[in-house]
Design a protein around this ligand. Structure first.
Ligand code: SAM
Length: 246
């Protein structure tokens, strides 16, 4: 599908550079388990599934079937499809799934890609069973200081400042019948150490880093290298929000 901006190289770069190692996501697994009792026999709708890292994680963690909806063909091709993980061509605004089919929905770093969020919220209301939650993992304006990129490349916050805020997202979803249940700031370990994180950074694979000019990028990299030298053991921990609506 056109217009997603991911060709084959971009999809492979995304998988190599942006996927968080599974064992760095323990806090996310625990927070999801707290929000919704997912179990074998249940269905998770992964909207904007990308290369399927979370689709695969949800199946491994909870034994659920995953409907992974992804518009970019090159990203979709990398989803580890199986009897339990179905890779579907589609968009949040027109989900290719039946009414009332899912026990929860997951939107990972996708809110700001969705052109018509109100339509997406209505579609989620249609696709979810009554009472089933929408789990949104995203950076939000004013809440991203502990994102590793923002910590070392503070100019990246400008991109996040352009995203919808938590209250705005809640207002859009309220129109479709969802209420705010919880908002949790959660850690993920992106790499074993800051040095490993710096070594694995791929400016071209990250739109927030790509948006920086060369000087800002060089300053940020120098800050990151200095912090890694100052504490070679510091793990590369980054924080994002989990917004739960139901
Ligand atoms: C930053 S990636 C996140 C992928 C994955 N959820 C993750 O956390 O690794 C955003 C994804 O949203 C997809 N996307 C773009 N527009 C979309 C839309 N309108 N509906 C659903 N997904 C969309 C993109 O193709 C891309 O794969």
């Amino acid at each position: 599908m056109a217009g997603t901006g991911y060709d084959r190289q971009a999809a492979e770069d995304y998988r190599a550079a942006r996927e968080v190692p599974r064992d760095g996501l323990d806090a996310w697994r625990a927070a999801v388990a707290e929000a919704v009792p997912l179990a074998p026999g249940m269905t998770l709708l992964d909207v904007g599934a990308g290369t399927g890292a979370f689709a695969d994680a949800f199946h491994a963690w909870f034994g659920v079937t995953v409907l992974a909806v992804e518009p970019a063909e090159a990203m979709r091709a990398l989803i580890p499809a199986s009897a339990a993980i179905h890779a579907l061509d589609g968009r949040a605004e027109a989900l290719p799934v039946p009414d009332g089919c899912a026990d929860a929905a997951w939107l990972g770093s996708v809110l700001h890609h969705i052109g018509d969020l109100a339509a997406a919220a209505r579609e989620l209301r249609r696709a979810l069973k009554p009472g089933a939650p929408v789990l949104i993992r995203n950076a939000f304006p004013g809440r991203c200081d502990r994102d590793l990129r923002v910590r070392f490349f503070p100019e990246t916050a400008r991109t996040i400042d352009g995203y919808l805020g938590v209250d705005q997202v809640c207002a859009v979803f309220a129109e479709a019948g969802f209420a705010r249940v919880g908002l949790h700031s959660l850690p993920q370990q992106s790499a074993p150490t800051l040095r490993a994180f710096a070594d694995g950074l791929r400016r071209d694979a990250d739109s927030k880093l790509r948006a920086l000019d060369d000087d800002a990028y060089a300053r940020g990299l120098a800050r990151l290298r200095a912090a890694a030298d100052a504490d070679p053991e510091e793990p590369a921990v980054s924080w994002m929000d989990l917004l739960v609506l139901a």
